[in-house]
Ligand binder design. Structure first.
Ligand code: FAD
Length: 353
């Protein structure tokens, strides 16, 4: 791109910035992305898992019906656009821990809320050569993983090849807000969207938002075992990427930890029954919010300055749908749902101003 007039500047190219950039490119908008790769950004270390039934209580995740049907079409379109295979649909097997749990799920499996997500319930051990499941378990559908490194790298290459990437740290002092638009260095744009993950804490525009860092660690395994499903109980094991995760820790020491490795190994050994070697351990920081909802929308004082953040522990399933919601607001004035709108935190801005 030699023309330095774009529609949008996006700062940060993790899952949030990547999905948003694609939404805009799909609509033939001109974008400039400013991003410097950080090894420990959440998107660089995520296992990429998506699973509509989660948590200790195994309940359907927030907005699962809308998010999961949208996710498949979005990543498929992204694969076609980027010519990169990033999405793998794959069932997830979750062993039961007791007869009581097995009975509970026998009941729940006919519940209309869950019917679309349960492939099969096993009341006796299944895949027993690979997984410890004395009470059987359940096989969930609409699950899988996105190779988040491949996805963001493929888009980065596309942006580089079209001269739409500035591989640098964003310099806030070089941003000028004008009546007709914005100028960043020699670039002009109508709007700028900050998708900087947990680094939002250092932003002079958005540091007042309650986005909290939550450290996580993963292990990468080497094994010859031909695993064909994602195993999940206490930890998850994503085949092919061979990622095991994740820990959740408020200790933000910038390094991997022995405690993290031990926790993951113990949980993994309870789950699986085949040999493996640990070949890597990684850490990264998730950008979380108190109500576990993303934050999208314009700055209270500067409507051309926008945020897309707060993807927390579920960026893979949240980023496609909410990048679409944000794009529809920016392009067509379609209202942003209050539960994800930045406006729900407006009082914090007034207090900080
Ligand atoms: C260990 C771990 C495991 C996870 N596993 C999963 C999983 O299995 N499934 C799932 O859905 N989610 C998972 N997540 C969560 C998921 O990774 C996040 O929700 C998501 O990646 C957040 O994306 P983001 O774009 O908001 O932030 P980030 O990934 O942090 O990206 C922000 C980008 O902005 C750039 N940036 C920041 N500041 C600047 C600046 N000033 N100038 C230029 N560039 C800047 C950074 O370098 C980075 O590239 C996991 C997270 C962790 C830590």
């Amino acid at each position: 791109m030699t023309d330095k007039n774009v529609d949008y500047i996006i700062v940060g190219q993790g899952l949030a910035g990547s999905c948003l950039a694609l939404q805009l490119l799909f609509r033939q908008k001109r974008v400039l992305v400013v991003d410097r790769v950080r090894e420990h950004a959440a998107t660089r270390v995520a296992a990429g898992l998506f699973n509509p039934i989660t948590g200790r209580a195994m309940t359907k995740t927030w907005m699962a019906d809308a998010l999961f049907s949208y996710l498949h079409s979005f990543y498929s379109q992204a694969e076609y656009f980027l010519k990169a295979k990033c999405l793998s649909s794959m069932p997830l097997y979750r062993p039961f821990v007791s007869i009581e749990e097995q009975n509970e799920w026998m009941g729940r499996s006919s519940d209309t809320d869950y019917v679309g997500y349960i492939e099969r319930l096993h009341t006796s051990p299944f895949y027993a050569h690979q997984v410890n499941n004395p009470f059987g378990g359940m096989l969930l559908k609409q699950c899988g993983y996105v190779d988040t490194v491949l996805f963001s790298t493929a888009l980065r290459d596309y942006l580089k090849n079209t001269s739409a990437l500035l591989d640098e740290d964003f310099d806030e002092d070089a941003l000028k807000i004008e009546t007709s638009g914005l100028t960043y260095k020699s670039w002009q744009a109508k709007r700028i969207i900050f998708c900087t993950g947990e680094k939002v804490r250092t932003s002079s525009f958005f540091s007042w938002l309650p986005i909290r860092p939550l450290k996580g660690e993963t292990l990468t395994l080497a094994t010859d075992e031909p695993v064909k499903v994602i195993y999940n109980r206490g930890v998850y094991l994503v085949p092919h990427l061979w990622k095991v995760g994740a820990t959740y820790s408020n200790d933000s020491t910038p390094s991997i930890s022995e405690a993290g490795r031990q926790e993951l190994t113990e949980k993994l050994n309870n789950l699986i029954a085949f040999p493996y070697d640990i070949v890597n351990q990684q850490w990264g920081i998730r950008p979380t919010t108190p109500d576990r909802r993303p934050i999208i929308g314009p700055h209270p004082a500067y409507e051309k300055i926008i945020i897309f953040n707060g993807l927390g522990t579920k960026g893979v399933s949240l980023a496609p749908y909410f990048s679409d919601e944000l794009t529809r607001w920016m392009e067509n004035g379609h209202p942003i749902n209050h539960s994800v709108s930045i406006s729900r935190y407006k009082s914090l801005y007034s207090k900080s101003a």
